[in-house]
Design a protein around this ligand. Structure first.
Ligand SMILES: [Zn+2]
Ligand SMILES: [Zn+2]
Ligand SMILES: [Zn+2]
Length: 234
């Protein structure tokens, strides 16, 4: 029997479902929401944790959180193996570092979960990938999907696909993250993938939908080949 995250009773009428599938009656007053699974927080609820300076995480997300570099390191071999199975292997390995979520969210419009540091040599336009930073405190599934997304940026750079249209580049990386999430076969991973596909952001959600449409029409290999050699979609 499903029970409400606030009152503990079976939700009687209308209720909301978080990305973890947890229900909350709509009648409870909402103070804010979990930044990772959108679960509503009632002002009386304790045991929520900070994410960034302005956002919070629910107890369910906190229980699955990757908070330390050591914990992060345990997940990375599986992510690399899954990526290789999808045909995305990096020519040079890139170091993944957990960072304070506030450090990568200074003045950002939407919540940023990770970033790839690159150095472009002006004369040759050769790009070195210096490393991947991922926000500490994500759930394991979101941590891995973020690493996959950022490995996507590193892979494009190593394949020489630099200076791509922002929407196209983020769309390709979201496609990789979506493909990884699909492989997990868990309800939470499925919900994350669905929410990425429905993301109203024109760059992330719009880019993902654009690239996915091209993949449906031409196949992944042809799309990636076109992006890497000509810098646009077939
Ligand atoms: Zn309730
Ligand atoms: Zn949550
Ligand atoms: Zn990105």
């Amino acid at each position: 029997m499903i029970s409400c995250t606030v009152c503990g009773r079976p939700p009687a009428n209308t209720y909301e479902i978080s990305l973890h599938g947890e229900a909350t009656c709509v009648t409870h007053q909402v103070a804010d929401r979990c930044a990772l699974c959108v679960r509503p927080r009632h002002s009386g609820e304790r045991s929520w944790a900070r994410f960034t300076a302005t956002t919070v995480r629910c107890p369910t997300c906190v229980r699955a959180a990757v908070e330390t570099q050591e914990h992060a390191r345990r997940h990375i071999p599986r992510v690399r193996a899954d990526m290789a199975a999808l045909g995305i292997a990096l020519a040079q390995r890139v170091r993944v570092t957990l960072v304070d979520p506030d450090a990568i969210n200074l003045g950002s419009r939407t919540l940023c979960l990770g970033r790839t540091l690159q150095r472009v040599w002006v004369e040759t336009s050769v790009t070195d990938v210096l490393g991947i930073e991922v926000a500490g405190g994500l759930t394991e599934t979101q941590f891995c999907a973020t690493v996959v997304h950022e490995i996507g940026h590193a892979w494009l750079a190593q394949r020489g696909a630099v200076g791509l249209d922002h929407t196209l580049e983020e769309g390709v990386c979201e496609l990789f993250a979506g493909a990884w999430l699909k492989r997990q076969g868990t309800p939470f991973a499925d919900e994350l993938r669905r929410s990425a596909l429905e993301n109203p952001d024109p760059v992330y959600g719009g880019g993902y939908r654009l690239v996915r449409e091209a993949v449906v029409r031409h196949g992944i290999a042809a799309v990636l080949d076109h992006v890497c050699t000509r810098g646009d979609l077939p």
